[in-house]
Design a protein around this ligand. Structure first.
Ligand code: FES
Length: 91
C-alpha cells in the first residue's frame, strides 16, 4: 500500500538496453558482486542514496545501504563501487 500510485524501479529497469547503469557497471568492475544475492538491493539502495546525495561520504554510503546484508564481500568492495559510480555520475 505504501507504493500505491508510485513509480517502482527494479534492478532490471536500471539498465538502458544492453548498457548497464553506472552503479551496475561499478559493482562488476570493483568485484562487489560475488554470489549476487544482495546485489539488487544494494544497487537500488545506492541509487536512492545517490539520487539524494550525489557525493556521499563513506559513512553516508554505509548508512544508505545498511538495510541490506551481504555475506560475501565484507562491504568494502561495495562501498568502493558506490564511490566510483558517484564519480562517474558526477562527470
Ligand atoms: S554478494 Fe553474496 S550476499 Fe552479497
Amino acid at each position: 500500500m505504501e507504493a500505491d500510485g508510485r513509480e517502482i524501479v527494479t534492478i532490471e529497469g536500471l539498465a538502458q538496453g544492453d548498457t548497464l547503469h553506472p552503479l551496475q557497471k561499478a559493482f562488476v568492475d570493483y568485484g562487489a558482486v560475488q554470489c549476487g544475492f544482495c546485489t539488487p538491493g544494494m544497487i537500488l539502495a545506492a541509487k536512492a542514496l545517490l539520487d539524494r546525495h550525489p557525493n556521499p561520504s563513506e559513512e553516508e554510503i554505509r548508512r544508505g545501504i545498511s538495510g541490506n546484508l551481504c555475506r560475501c564481500t565484507g562491504y568494502v568492495k561495495i562501498v568502493e563501487a558506490i564511490q566510483a559510480a558517484a564519480k562517474m555520475l558526477a562527470s
